[in-house]
Design a binder for this molecule. Sequence first.
Ligand code: IVH
Length: 698
Amino acid sequence: MSDIPPDRLTALEAAAELARLAALIAHHDRLYHQRDRPEIDDAAYDALVRRNQVIEGRFPELRRPDSPSLRVGAAPAAGFRKVIHALPMLSLANAFTPEDVIDFVARLRRFLNMSDEEPLALVAEPKIDGLSCSLRYQAGQLVQAATRGDGAEGEDVTRNILTISEIPKQISGDSVPESLEVRGEVYISRAAFLEMNQRRTAQGGETFANPRNAAAGALRQLNPAVTATRPLCFFGYALGEVSAPVAASHHEVRAQLARWGFPLNEPARLCADAEALLAYYHEVEALRPALPYDIDGVVYKVDRHDLRERLGFVSRAPRWAIAHKFPAEQARTRLKAIVVQVGRTGALTPVADLEPVTVGGVMVSRATLHNEDEITRKDIRAGDTVVVQRAGDVIPQVVRVVIEARPLDSEPYRPPEHCPDCGSLAVREEGEVVRRCTGGLICPAQAMERLRHFVSREAFDIEGLGEKIIAAFWADGLIRRPGDIFRLAVKDRDSLTPLRKRPGWGDKSARNLFEAIEARRQMPLDRLIYALGIRQIGQATARLLARHYPSYDTWRAAMQAAADREGPAWQDLTNIDQIGPAVAADLLDFFAEPHNLEALDDLAREVRLTDFEPPVVTVVSPLAGKTVVFTGTLSTMGRGEAKARAEALGAKVAGSVSAKTHFVVAGADSGSKATKARDLGVTILSEEEWLALAGGAQ
Ligand code: IVH
């Protein structure tokens, strides 16, 4: 279906395709924002987002509540306190060609109804590849720093930001608003990045793929003392919420930021038209190799704030700005072999094993091949010389084969008929792009991937239990399922080859591992649900479930009760907003497998499961614990924001009205849900009443 052009999809196919895209984009968002390990490049990601947009354009009534067009990025990782952004932190639309830039300027003029004679100034700035951050000053004092997160809610990284010497901790002068948010990019220089990697190599650690990941790693340290040892830098590029206006245009804001002591991204330039923007682009492109930091393009922004106000936003990005990206960096190398990796759900992914080569300053030895159709389409074969590409901070990809350099005896790629690990049949279902190992529970590769996922940072977060160690314990039969991890220390005590005597281990490192495991004997329910690695159950869905089912026992019982896929338990499950029948089916498939239930119960005996802890709500909210349903269109905020607001205030948001609903918020054109609410006697709130309850529009 992913190959059908959007204009040829039937409504039924479109609905399925929107569901697939929502899950896929959410998955890539998570990899990018939470794990700093993207699997696809910007262009491939943008193509997915565009496809989603086009399909939604054709079938607006099919737009899903979890549509990627309603949010930016992914929700924050566990570990830091959450910060709800006073103004959402948005992303930028992209331009790749001069025509895109010309179109952008023409679009602005059209929107603003401006003739060619009227001046329309834009500021052009370099786009540094780092992480965006919002700094809040209260009476001139830096009081809070937050990452972007999903754009609506980020992580509180104040203690880490305080270690960055370039960032003013206090600003003074009579022009400083009482409360002020400065937004900008946290990044790391190329030199510092290389030095960090050298140090890590010397210590036998894993190296960072690029400066952006290194900066992300540093900013996400739970211990600020570690952050302090990483040379992070900052530049300011915008204001967030301010209690009093700072200036009427962007170039004046920049001047004010400079006076307050913020480093700015230079060279910036005020440009009068598309031609001037393109001239700037080429100059910066020429400067690029000599710059001490990575840039992945330039940004053009309308200068006048009053015009920005009128231009507003389109779902993810402001209409008044655009990022003009540089082409990806490329290099040639030999593809030694196409290796097949087995994922935790059995998906087989082909990966290129490459003769190491430097692409844009980074050593590359693996590249993604996406799937077998892609290999066939590009006719990629073992032994080929290939062009590899690295765009910004993503996993490198194979662009094309240098056909002239193909060895005479090369053979087309043949997808495996059996799982490379367990030998079970590998099948590709009708209409699927991926081939899957059918080995299920007997496939060690799948089991090990599941265990890896189980101990990963967002799940049980057991430090020191890496891939190699899991494989070694697996081989010895010591760890087969999650519960085994918690019996490791006892088994190890009686083992003939205790961990501390194994190569590379000592008393201290073994003790550290066991302590790391012990520290996780208590776990909130949402983390457990996520850790199980059930298909389609990511962090956000796990949180939804844990929020809905107050305890482990209720959740487990409810999942078993829903097995009929029609009764009240099933209705209750699929009535949770954003949990559709497909996700619910994956969940119940997991529970339908007796081995899974056994493994789950085994784990539950080892671990004390605590109830879900909703994000800290600082205000006493009339919505806490209430179930809210939105219907119709709100004029002051999108559905996504309304939902986020309700949830931040402790409410559950449901998709349909039932006797359990406390409030129905009815915007313009609300239909059957409002009628049903009336019939059931559920309180209906107008948009104004909702705003009064939820704290007003911002
Ligand atoms: S302006 C409302 N200016 O690029 C949008 N962003 O791809 C405000 N970035 O999230 C962003 N350099 O993290 C802006 N000179 C610059 C930038 C810049 C880098 C980042 C920023 C943003 C991302 C969007």
